[in-house]
Design a protein around this ligand. Structure first.
Ligand SMILES: C[S@@+](CC[C@H](N)C(=O)[O-])C[C@H]1O[C@@H](n2cnc3c(N)ncnc32)[C@H](O)[C@@H]1O
Length: 276
């Protein structure tokens, strides 16, 4: 039977979620939150949302429950080669800069969901043939433990391939149990780990990186949280490093730490030197 969430419970719960993860459920999302959390109440044998709130605050297993919540609350929608024009910017512009200095290219996919984004970065970089795999370091993180587990299996079904050129499926995947497994060559290039983007210290510690992808995440945060996260990214980026956001996300009126770059095909941001 469906357990209803009262308005007071909804407000307390959504404030606690916003504070911890940044994800904001506005007033129109009361029933969405109610339905997403039904399974959690059942799993914990709790009669109502008030009991659930108490569990999250005081139960010895509250940390485990917050981790479960991180997996249940996030929208993990993603696919290979999403907004490919941005990947091309990385492959051309950033790779050239790294080649000039002879160092390593360091990229961070900061909310990678089930892994399609960092693996697309790996394939794009290999396809350029301008850097050896040993010169490429791709780190990929997410808040959701379940999404990260899926990333580690590197197993994908058809929906993930809606924007993938067939020749790249042929080259980098092998059919497996009704889906596809990514090749070891690509898998080896990506290191997965868990991070909450609201943890500014942990974010800053990921640097220095040449580029950060944080696509289709900020839309779930309110403006002050968006500002906080992108300003922490500025500390993790090397001077002139690039930030890539989703096409529905803009930070132009949010912070002056970045210079927007608008081309015919892609929009991205270069961190200003004084942001460091
Ligand atoms: C829609 S997916 C985006 C995946 C990929 N970047 C893309 O554009 O296809 C959003 C991801 O953001 C993650 N996320 C939400 N809040 C987060 C937070 N506070 N810290 C880290 N990741 C978070 C979710 O777990 C989810 O996997």
């Amino acid at each position: 039977m469906l357990v209803a969430i009262s308005e007071t419970e909804f407000r307390r719960l959504r404030d606690a979620i916003r504070e911890r993860f940044g994800i904001f459920f506005d007033d129109s999302k009361q029933f969405l939150l109610q339905s997403r959390l039904q399974t959690r109440l059942v799993k914990r044998s709790l009669p109502d949302f008030n009991a659930y709130l108490n569990f999250l605050t005081a139960h010895p297993e509250r940390q485990i429950e917050w981790d479960e919540l991180a997996s249940v609350l996030s929208n993990n929608e993603t696919y290979f080669f999403r907004e490919r024009a941005q990947l091309e910017v990385l492959a051309n512009e950033v790779v050239e800069e790294v080649r000039k200095t002879g160092g390593k290219l360091r990229v961070w996919s900061s909310a990678c969901s089930t892994g399609e984004e960092p693996f697309s970065i790996a394939m794009t970089l290999l396809e350029t043939r301008r850097l050896a795999p040993a010169q490429i370091e791709i780190r990929a993180s997410d808040l959701s433990p379940r999404a990260l587990e899926k990333s580690e299996t590197a197993f994908y079904r058809e929906l993930s391939f809606r924007a993938t050129p067939p020749e790249l499926i042929q080259k980098y995947f092998k059919p497996f149990q009704g889906g596809f497994l990514i090749s070891n060559e690509i898998k080896r290039m990506v290191e997965f780990f868990r991070i909450n983007l609201l943890d500014e210290r942990a974010v800053a510690q990921q640097g220095p990186v040449d580029a950060i992808f944080c696509r289709n995440v900020l839309i779930y945060f309110d403006k002050p949280t968006q500002k906080r996260v992108v300003e922490a990214f500025a500390k993790a980026l090397r001077p002139r490093g690039l930030l890539f956001l989703g096409h529905a996300e803009s930070i132009m009126r949010l912070t002056d730490m970045y210079e927007p770059i608008v081309t015919a095909k892609a929009i991205y941001y270069r961190v200003k030197p004084h942001a460091h």
